[in-house]
Design a protein around this ligand. Structure first.
Ligand code: ADP
Length: 333
């Protein structure tokens, strides 16, 4: 198992079965939830589409889920797509012209929409129109303006800093999702277990929550693996022993780190000097994006890595965690 960015194959059905049916069922993220509630009630009261909005935050925290909940609260259709899938202006134009009044268009990884395509979004979001160039290279090249139904663009991004400022400025609402406290994760796990008819003991839920880095997708994935193990071992319920066994089999340690995290730490420890992202990516053979979006935030939160202007450094805590003698006389020793 790896901390894969999105859903794994086969998880999509689980996601559908477990998706909260309304904002009330969405656990945690209270501030975001309440802001959405107000914005939705106001838009419904004025019989207008909801303002365009952005969800920013690491993968697996509920951005897609919230887009579904918004469309259902507004009583409109939802179209789900992603930045990399919108490779040409034609794809984008097709998607935009299919929107009906008030519909929600969800673009995951919106920071990866190509710049030429992004420009279509500007007029679409602001003027409900797109200018299509017909016969671009021919003698009769001309531009035609297509009017669109007013719709709501919901963008999700794991890299808020990569959004261009013209795009960012067209969103009325920007909400940042934070990782969840263990108690919220425990509640999400209990609710999922209930829905799937799986028995799981309190200590087992507590342990799963503690090792899930505050990310619902990871927590649910771990619980599923524990359920498989319980089934194979013919245990009626997922108990703490099953979870421990499962975590060990998956190579997930006390801090919720998996092998890739430990490889990052070992690489930094080996370097013993601030290391740039490019160098780190080459050392552990992972993409820079994945390191920065998926692995590093947890390592920083846990105090194992610090980012300095000159690069990443492993802290004394990282040495301890790897069972290595610390560096004497360093800033973190
Ligand atoms: P993202 O779009 O941010 O990557 P998703 O919306 O796909 O995340 O959520 C990942 C999984 O976690 C889904 O199965 C979803 O139902 C579940 N989930 C996420 N947040 C919550 C929450 N607050 N309450 C209940 N389930 C959640």
């Amino acid at each position: 198992m790896s901390l894969h960015r999105g859903p794994l194959p086969g998880e999509v059905e689980f996601d559908r079965a477990l998706r909260p049916a309304s904002l009330d069922e969405f656990i945690g993220q209270t501030r975001v939830r309440e802001n959405l509630r107000v914005a939705i009630a106001a838009a419904l009261g004025r019989a207008e589409p909801l303002d365009h909005l952005i969800f920013a935050g690491p993968p697996g925290l509920g951005k897609t889920t919230l887009a579904h909940l918004i469309a259902s609260a507004m009583g409109t259709n939802l179209t789900v797509t992603s930045g990399p899938a919108l490779a040409s202006p034609r794809d984008m134009a097709g998607m935009l012209t299919r929107q009906e009044r008030g519909d929600v268009l969800f673009i995951d990884e919106i920071h990866r929409v190509p710049r030429a395509v992004e420009e279509y979004l500007y007029t679409a979001m602001e003027d409900h129109a797109i200018d299509l160039v017909i016969d671009a290279d021919g003698p009769a090249s001309r531009s035609v303006r297509l009017t669109l139904a007013p719709f709501t663009l919901v963008g999700a991004t794991t890299r808020e800093g990569l959004l261009s400022s013209p795009l960012r400025s067209r969103f009325g609402i920007i909400e940042r999702l934070e990782t969840y406290p263990d108690a919220d994760i425990a509640q999400i796990l209990e609710r999922a277990a209930g829905k799937l008819g799986v028995q799981v003991t309190k200590p087992a839920v507590g342990l799963l929550a503690a090792r899930s880095r505050g990310v619902p997708r990871l927590a649910l994935r771990l619980q599923r693996r524990a359920r498989d193990l319980a089934q194979v071992l013919e245990k009626g319920a997922i108990d703490e022993g099953i979870v421990r066994d499962c975590l060990e089999r998956l190579g997930i340690d006390d801090l919720g780190l998996e092998e890739t995290d430990r490889r990052i730490l070992r690489a930094l420890v080996q370097r013993r000097e601030p290391t740039g992202l490019k160098m780190l990516a080459a050392m552990i053979d992972e993409s820079e994006d994945t390191i920065e979006e998926v692995f590093e935030p947890h390592l920083i939160r846990r105090g194992l890595v610090v980012r300095t202007p000159r690069g990443r450094i492993a802290t004394a805590e990282a040495f301890r965690h790897l069972g290595l003698p610390g560096e004497k006389g360093t800033l973190f020793g």
